[in-house]
Design a protein around this ligand. Structure first.
Ligand code: AMP
Length: 395
């Protein structure tokens, strides 16, 4: 696996695919700069070597050139985070851009305009990718969030760099972290899958059954399993057409020697709102008119025990409706358990969408070993798929 350390960037222009798809408010200010901060180590390493950086990214889903999606809006934020001046060119291909890239000196940074102003980007157009490739000497992919897309700047461009291409430090860390969980893990390995639907996680479950010793199935997903086993789930969220599948998963897990843990009790609410009446009940005896919205205290205790005997922990998906304060307790308790296990030497990886939001919101982001930056990309890796953006560098 080629990384930044395989190159000396002195007097070289690195063309770097970063993921600066950051949220902006209505004044076009960056409201969460995590993705820019995540790209900093790569940029700094190249500058310290004596090279220059040409940064390319998408922002949002523009239809053609729309100023609201211009990367011009984030220039100041990038400048502040990286700690040196960032030049901007209001296009990403063409003569003006080639000129700006050619004039770039060692130690300088140039940010290109939104790649998705051209539909050629998402179409993976070879000519467009070749134009981008002409701007730099070495191609660096540091955008995990788009590594599952075969776009021009994430995948197609790599073919124009034969040897001169590598992973940036963020992408390398993402790959290493997932590898540490799926392939080079210290046992016992635990996966915690929560969230709303079985259907969105089914391929992940099937892939990880071969890799884990324990599987916690929590959140809304658990009710499909409980109903399939004959439990009473009241009004809880359930995918009726996935009940057979749920039983099949349990059978497969047993055959593979994976211990599956589903909450034994829940916080049930009489309404899907933060100020609903609540009661604690067994997960398979939820009264009619009530719905399970969070893991109950007995479940939290059991999960704490399992987490603390694990050496490798993967967490994807919340244990309850954590967006509502009243139903965030189970997710927070799990965060504390993982924090404790991590302090005791376990490797913990959090990734894939809502669990990332949860660990950030509740202050666990720097207490786990690694928080993945890519939602869809992370899920595809957990599903066992190879990602085109990663393959293109390895080729
Ligand atoms: P996912 O994107 O599949 O990880 O699902 C995350 C969503 O699942 C969050 O928005 C949670 O509010 C939701 N969720 C978790 N537990 C429950 C539950 N018991 N009932 C309804 N929604 C839930």
């Amino acid at each position: 696996m080629k990384t930044l350390n395989d190159f000396n960037f002195k007097d070289k222009k690195a063309i770097i695919r970063v993921d600066f798809n950051v949220p902006l408010n209505d004044k076009f200010e960056v409201t969460d700069a995590t993705r820019i901060q995540a790209a900093k180590p790569t940029i700094i390493k190249i500058l310290e070597d004596g090279g220059s950086c040409i940064l390319m990214s998408h922002l949002g889903r523009p239809k053609g050139k729309q100023d609201e999606f211009s990367l011009r809006h984030i220039v100041d934020e990038v400048t502040e985070i990286i700690g040196c001046n960032v030049k901007f060119v209001d296009d990403c291909v063409g003569e003006k851009v080639e000129q700006a890239a050619a004039n770039l000196e060692s130690g300088e940074i140039l940010l290109l305009e939104n790649l998705r102003f051209y539909e050629e980007e998402t179409k993976g157009d070879v000519t467009f990718a070749e134009k981008l490739s002409k701007l730099g000497d070495i191609y660096v992919n540091d955008a995990f969030g788009t590594a599952h897309r075969a776009h021009a700047s994430t995948t197609i461009i790599a073919q124009f760099f034969e040897e001169n291409k590598c992973f940036g430090s963020l992408l390398a860390r993402e790959i290493e972290s997932i590898d540490k969980v799926l392939n080079n893990s210290e046992k016992p390995v635990l996966a915690i899958l929560g969230g709303a639907k079985v259907s969105s996680k089914i391929t992940v479950i099937e892939n990880i059954l071969d890799k884990v010793d324990h599987l916690i199935i929590g959140g809304g997903m658990s009710f499909t399993f409980i109903k399939a086993q004959g439990g009473k789930i009241g009004n809880s969220i359930c995918e009726d057409d996935k009940q057979e599948l749920a039983l099949e998963i349990l059978k497969q897990a047993e055959a593979k020697g994976v211990q599956v843990h589903i909450p034994v009790d829940v916080i049930a609410a009489d309404n899907f709102s933060n100020d609903a009446n609540t009661q604690i009940c067994d997960i398979n005896a939820i009264p009619d008119g009530w719905e399970g919205v969070d893991a109950g205290p007995k479940s939290q205790e059991i999960f704490d025990g399992i987490v603390n005997q694990s050496k490798t922990i993967l967490w994807n998906g919340p244990l309850g409706v954590f967006e509502m304060e009243s139903f965030a307790g189970g997710t927070i308790a799990l965060g504390h358990s993982i924090d404790k296990a991590t302090k005791n030497g376990a490797f913990s990886l959090v990734g894939g969408g809502d669990s990332v939001a949860a660990v950030k919101q509740f202050g666990f982001a720097d207490k786990v070993s690694y928080v993945s930056t890519g939602g869809g990309a992370m899920l595809e890796m957990l599903e066992g798929k190879s990602l085109p953006g990663i393959e293109a560098i390895l080729k």
